[in-house]
Design a protein around this ligand. Sequence first.
Ligand SMILES: Cc1cc2nc3c(=O)[nH]c(=O)nc-3n(C[C@H](O)[C@H](O)[C@H](O)COP(=O)(O)OP(=O)(O)OC[C@H]3O[C@@H](n4cnc5c(N)ncnc54)[C@H](O)[C@@H]3O)c2cc1C
Length: 388
Amino acid sequence: MNTDFFNPSFPEIRDSVQRLCACFPGSYWQALDRERTYPKEFVETLTRGGFLSVLIPEEFGGSGLGLVAATAILEEIHRSGCNGGACHAQMYTMGTILKHGSAAQKSSYLPKIASGKLRLQAFGVTEPSSGTDTTRIRTFARREGGHYIINGQKIWISRAEHSDLMVLLVRTTPREEVAKPSDGISVLLVDMRDAVGRGLTIRPIRTMLNHATTELFFDNLRVPAENLVGAEGNGFKYIVDGMNAERILIASECIGDGRFFIDRAVAYAKDRSVFDRPIGQNQGVQFPIARAYVQVTAAAEMVAKAAAMFEAGVPCGTEANMAKMLASEASWYAADICVQTHGGFGFAEEYDIERKFRETRLYQVAPISTNLILSHVATHRLGLPKSF
Ligand SMILES: Cc1cc2nc3c(=O)[nH]c(=O)nc-3n(C[C@H](O)[C@H](O)[C@H](O)COP(=O)(O)OP(=O)(O)OC[C@H]3O[C@@H](n4cnc5c(N)ncnc54)[C@H](O)[C@@H]3O)c2cc1C
């Protein structure tokens, strides 16, 4: 039975993504998960199919379809049981170059990113000592002639080992010397192929999910000054817009996860018979699945609204945050209910539910945690006093 009671956007794209994902079944992801290996073939297939370049305008070699198309792609990837976490950054990280880069940077990087010749999969913001308080980052880039010399450390930088370029957030003026804490922060484009072993060390971090995340150490890494994106000191502003796109896209992955869990729970509840009747005939089993469906459907509306606002160029920081919060909570509830519906089999690797359960949990913490979203809504939308 079709559990979609809505008119999905981009039905042809959704259909193509579903067909592509069918070539990457649970057994593929289970094997990678066991070894914590990167899904190289999956990412290459998506790249060849043009699915990762939908946000790049046609003049730079992408399809320029926009954010709503990107949400449809990621939602279908996740609904099928696959995981877009390995490649979603290739879609949106280039937004900083597209919106704030020079003409030379756009023409030299964007066509290669669109074709997949260059992988821009890494976005380096978080640091061990600053946490969510981004204005306290300490990684510092000192200008010396035609180069910046970078020293510092980043943590949780995903896909760094599988990326040719990284958008890196650094301080170029100490926090104590600027008028506003968000001033004096800059964006540099780091060519990982030159950097690793010449001032950049990457250390993988093993986590509860297969996410290729790492810690980065910068020790006098030299980056050409021409790799500065936009004006020095304005980088914080530049990344905020990219963060809205990231939140909306990750919210769409949560919607896909939620639908995956609901599809699986419904199918199992109909099929599994205990006490001489399908378990799904018991309202104690039905109602939580129905509740998950209600929550995912409502969250999907918020994601659609935020995506439409982003695409229209309307300020959508609060909506992007609300979409990410609602979708990540809905997918987590659906995950929990799916495990419960499956009883013991919810824990069996071959059912994929335990893997997706671990994967969807991330999104209440990254890329921004729920408390920080609530704080944003309380202070920016409701005008309550700031607590920090
Ligand atoms: C698998 C994984 C992949 C990641 N990938 C990337 C990446 O590619 N690039 C990147 O830059 N970062 C990445 N991150 C980092 C991620 O964005 C951060 O972990 C996240 O933003 C939370 O920051 P933190 O871990 O420093 O938590 P902290 O800031 O230390 O916060 C810890 C907890 O305290 C709460 N808290 C903190 N301050 C307050 C407050 N004032 N009021 C109420 N609650 C508060 C938070 O909500 C959170 O729950 C990744 C993280 C993970 C786990």
